[in-house]
Design a protein around this ligand. Sequence first.
Ligand SMILES: Cc1ncc(COP(=O)(O)O)c(C=O)c1O
Length: 379
Amino acid sequence: MRFQTAAIHAGVEKDSAYNSIITPIYQTSTFRFEDVGQTKGYDYTRTANPTRTALEENLAALEGGAGARAVATGMAAINVVLHLFRSGDQILCTNDCYGGTERLLRTYADLYNLQVSYVDMTDLAAVKKALQPNTKVLWIETPSNPLLNVIDIQQLSDIAHAHGAMSVVDNTFLSPYNQKPFQLGADIIVHSTTKYLNGHSDVVGGAIVAKTPDDVQRIHQLVNALGQGQSPFESWLVLRGIKTLVARMRLHEENANTVARFLEAHPRVAKVNYPGLPSHKHHELAKRQQSGFGGMLSFEINGGMDQINRILRATRVFAVAESLGGIESLICHPATMTHASMLPELREKAGITDRVIRLSVGIEDVNDLVEDLETALGF
Ligand SMILES: Cc1ncc(COP(=O)(O)O)c(C=O)c1O
């Protein structure tokens, strides 16, 4: 099945009783045994549930992995993958990662002596220099949040493998529609399905997709042991959201491209970070590595916090809110919102200044989006 067909069909047929077109919600905690020691494939929902399995099969098909596990949130996905490592292992992470990722890594560094180092992963020489004998994983988020830096997944995976380490890619920003990390050498993919995969801002969810059956098994054991699996109803909502992923992603990109060009030409805007713009420093890599540029962008204004606050208060279509990837447009100030949990010195080192505003461009009429920003920038 091609991508668009798989998004709609992969994994969904779970109703052998009535052949429903849509996967039923198996809202049950437990399953009756057929005979002593014999089940119909399911015994307890923490371990597995048919609705969740449908979503997991769908996700594995979209990413081209051996299997997937759907979990309660994107942070749960990251949490599970971190359990593959041991005290004393080094994790090398991209320096402008999601603030919650940095917070969790910091917590595990304190609790379990994980060695965590941050590096600018657009600089391959810096990555090689940061490798230590105990480096076990390169943690890649591309495009990065909120600066939209693009990291070369193939090169980084090659560096990781030559070192005996693995590469993990957070593919939340582009979704498998626009980026295929396994084809670029990645070993494990994590998602916040809260974002584009579900796409309707009505669920929090996460997923882990592994390339090899061995890693799927290791992830499965952890999800079960840690009790991280997604509930049947929420799995069903995400599966439903994915059916329109392709249509939504095309509109997100079309609108983001128009908004980025409008902002770039605006005298009050100092800089626009959107990999689809030819002026973006990683535009060529993005064209090569991605099949589209997605719906996220950030920009810096000529002005300070007063002007930022005025813009945030003035938009009517763009809602001031955390999160991203939903059908509605959102505006946020990373330094005080999504990245407030990040240590200030790491934020500064990564270039996430107070002047950065992030947009998640939705799929409304783009004229309304541009007019909204035009009014807000008229301070
Ligand atoms: C890139 C990225 N990864 C992971 C997460 C965490 O996902 P969740 O909020 O579903 O736990 C987020 C949340 O914003 C994110 O932007």
